[in-house]
Design a protein around this ligand. Structure first.
Ligand code: EPZ
Length: 441
């Protein structure tokens, strides 16, 4: 029963909250620390379970991880070494981060064991780009019953690579491997998300030589050794957008300290088109973005998720909840993950009118068209949402269920709510501080 949250909806969220370092950068920066020969220091690390999982993985590999005040974390890789395969398997459980340990472990130990990967169930989530790239660097991948044994008997060598799709994880894999491979690596069709650029900043601080060209080309000149880094991560733009959408859906007004305009431009454009209001406070300390519902009716929009600089796939679910409150027909075309609209059934059970389609609606044809993936949605609004019992399917959809429950009249029970701790720090207290009526049964 301690995985259930009771939400008494219908109260606008009002007040101030804050976001810390981006989950999807912090976890990768922690892995990068394994490439250095001296300690690395990260600031503003969020207390979320995904960070705990990576921390455990680092510790299993002999990295000493210590915490300072207010989110400071020091990772000392001096004694890094072998980890027990069974322990890695048990520990990694639900995370996809272990795959990114390949390059650092190959450089450090000459081999790596990667357990079967977990993560959110939002599509096939294959790792074929990762494995192909590792092989092109000279690694040998052996699949075993419990995972993968990866070795590089002749070392890792720079190479020319092109990704079939600008995958965030595969780009990170290539960066973390190429920085200490012998020679130059040229990667085309790379992901260029702000979290990728921030990881490049981390690696450059460690001594890596990385050039980001135009047109998604990244060139990495391998170096023999890397040191530690001191880094303050970019803010979590997914969490910031989640609070922004919650403000809109509940007709509220939320200041998100730490949110940064430059990383959220595409989201902000859509926010304005829907009829939301925002105000940027650029103060270096305490600055952020205030998001609010200015009154009147919200407007329907057509949006398509895409790789950066497009509308992030992780912004889609919270925004769809807000779109249930907009007048007219909104169209959403999800082009990054093939199964990221399943959660809309739960919204329909609360009174929303959302129809999903196999066709690519409202945008450019994507990889999923005519392949039986329900990856487009039409949302008819405004709908009066009512309370329901909800089961959280994955991290982002889970937070959207919460937003819907907050916007709905009546008392909802949200099951599996602890999953939200993976990516949202202290979310229950944050909700309560914004005036939400939530309680554990
Ligand atoms: C990262 O996942 C994020 N996770 C995701 O956030 C985010 O949604 C995603 O990037 C896109 O921005 C982390 O950073 C930990 P991808 P990643 O490789 O790297 C296909 C969250 O809730 N693909 O860019 O795993 C893949 O199936 C999470 O914070 C292959 O086909 O995503 C997908 O369709 C959810 N083969 C597309 O590429 C591969 O080998 C993009 O995936 C790799 C990917």
């Amino acid at each position: 029963m301690n995985d259930v949250l009771v939400v008494h909806g219908g109260t606008p969220l009002h007040g101030k909250t804050r976001v810390r370092g981006a989950k999807n950068l912090v976890s990768k920066a922690m892995v990068a620390a394994l490439l250095g020969d001296s300690p690395s220091r990260l600031f503003n690390v969020p207390a979320i379970s995904d960070v705990e999982i990576v921390r455990g993985l680092m510790e299993l590999h002999g990295v000493r991880v210590t915490d300072g005040a207010d989110g400071e974390m020091v990772l000392d890789p001096t004694d890094a070494g072998e980890a027990d395969a069974d322990e890695i398997n048990v520990h990694a459980g639900s995370s996809r981060i272990p795959i990114l340990l390949c390059g650092p472990l190959l450089h450090r130990l000459g081999h790596a064991f990667i357990p079967d990967l977990g993560g959110c169930n939002i599509g096939g989530r294959p790792i074929d780009f990762h494995l192909k790239a590792l092989r092109e660097f000279g690694a040998i991948v052996d699949k075993t019953a419990s995972g993968m044994e990866i070795t590089a008997p002749n070392g890792l060598h720079g190479t020319k690579l092109s990704l079939p799709y600008p995958s965030v994880g595969a780009t990170e894999q290539i960066l973390l491997t190429a920085v200490r491979a012998e020679g130059v690596t040229e990667l085309s069709n790379a992901a260029i998300e702000p979290e990728i650029i921030d990881l490049i900043c981390v690696l450059q601080k460690m001594g890596a030589i990385i050039k980001v060209h135009t047109d998604r080309v990244i060139e990495i000149e391998g170096v023999k050794r890397l040191g530690g880094y001191v880094h303050r991560p970019i803010p979590d733009r997914i969490e910031a957008a989640s609070w922004a959408a919650a403000a809109l859906a509940t007709k509220g007004d939320v200041f998100v300290e730490g949110a940064r305009q430059a990383d959220m431009m595409t989201f902000l454009n859509t926010y304005l088109s829907v009829g939301g209001a925002f105000e940027v406070d650029d103060a270096p300390v305490g600055g952020g973005i205030r998001f609010w519902h200015p009154g009147g009716e919200l407007r329907a929009v057509a949006l398509e998720t895409d790789v950066h600089p497009g509308f992030m796939t992780d912004w889609q679910q919270p925004m769809v909840v807000a779109l249930t409150q907009a007048r007219g027909l909104s169209i959403v075309h999800e082009t990054v993950y093939e199964r990221r609209l399943g959660y809309t059934k739960a919204l329909n059970s609360m009174g929303a009118t959302i129809q999903t389609y196999r066709e690519c609606l409202g945008g450019t044809p994507c990889r999923f068209g005519r392949r039986n993936f329900m990856h487009s949605a039409v949302i008819a609004g405004p709908s009066k949402l009512h309370a329901a019992d909800l089961v959280i399917p994955d991290l982002r959809a889970g937070f959207s269920h919460l937003i819907a429950a907050l916007a709905a009249e009546g008392t909802s029970r949200v099951y599996g709510v602890n999953l939200i701790n993976r990516g949202y720090e202290d979310f229950e207290n944050k909700l309560a501080a914004l005036g939400a009526h939530v309680e554990r049964p």
